[in-house]
Ligand binder design. Structure first.
Ligand code: ADP
Ligand code: MG
Length: 256
């Protein structure tokens, strides 16, 4: 989608949850993001698709400043996270992030994985933290597994704990980077079902995924990236169902 005039930044519109303007990111000589501009709106589910190495993870990691952009500006609910004076820790609490490799603490139970940031970062009393954590474990279908350690759970269960842990911080939006890519095929469905429920509840979600069926059914918008740029974006029925750009067509031919 092209815009004819320069956008006013930030918009000041509370429904603009993530605003990304002309984002560039290089690693040494390698320019990985070459000018990404897009806005994710409240309640929107945006799936980011594209070949390996196209910059999808880097884009997501720039949004919560796990990577420092080379240039460009990013606003989280109209607060600039790329401002050198930004309170990055506070802005990060607005975003839950779920990675391909669950990243649970192996020595903590599922419940403790969910409560640790609540008690240590948000300074909640233990009983309150446990109540919140239990509610979220129940939500992802693991209400009975609070006492289990990650090593005692399947990959799909661990990923659902990771989602419950992120939700326990009561984020305004969720970032997912290939949340099902490390899972055995039979475990993918349970994780996608949890994400579908979240989407149906109105959670704002930015999801890097290779699950085209999920993108087609759940996404409000699909962004196809290749070579560090947004090649094509729009409704999944257009981008996946009727792609306009040859690079999108070529990618879909390989993955569908
Ligand atoms: P995708 O998630 O679409 O597969 P990535 O964003 O992970 O793509 O990577 C895009 C490119 O950036 C790749 O060529 C990758 O090797 C490179 N890259 C990613 N992270 C780093 C890093 N920390 N240092 C150097 N190069 C990186
Ligand atoms: Mg990636």
């Amino acid at each position: 989608m092209t815009t004819t005039s320069a956008p006013r930044i930030p918009t000041g519109n509370r429904d603009d949850e993530i605003q990304i303007y002309d984002l560039h990111k290089s690693f040494g000589q390698l320019e990985v993001l070459k000018g990404i501009t897009t806005t994710i709106h409240r309640g929107e589910v945006v799936c980011v698709i594209g070949p390996s190495g196209s910059g999808k993870s880097t884009l997501l990691r720039c949004v919560n400043l796990l990577e420092q952009p080379t240039s460009g500006r990013i606003f989280i609910i109209n607060e600039e996270i790329t401002d050198p004076d930004a309170d990055i820790d506070r802005l990060r609490t607005k975003m839950g992030m779920v990675f391909q490799s669950f990243n649970l603490f192996p020595h903590l139970t599922a419940l403790q994985n969910c409560t640790t940031a609540l008690t240590n970062v948000l300074k909640k009393p233990k009983a309150d933290a446990e109540k919140i954590a239990m509610a979220n474990l129940t939500k992802v279908g693991l209400g009975e597994r609070g006492g289990s350690y990650p090593g005692q759970m399947s990959g799909g269960q661990q990923q659902r704990v990771a989602i419950a842990r992120a939700l326990s911080m009561d984020p305004e939006l969720m970032l997912f980077d290939e949340p099902t890519s490390a899972l055995d095929p039979e475990l993918v469905g349970d994780v996608l079902a949890v994400m579908r429920d979240l989407a149906a509840e109105g959670m704002t979600m930015m999801v890097v995924t290779h699950e085209m069926a999920f993108a087609r059914e759940v996404a409000d918008r699909v962004i196809f990236m290749d070579g560090g740029v947004i090649v094509e974006e729009g409704h999944p029925k257009d981008v996946i169902g009727n792609p306009q750009h040859p690079r999108t067509r070529e990618f879909l031919r390989r993955v569908l």
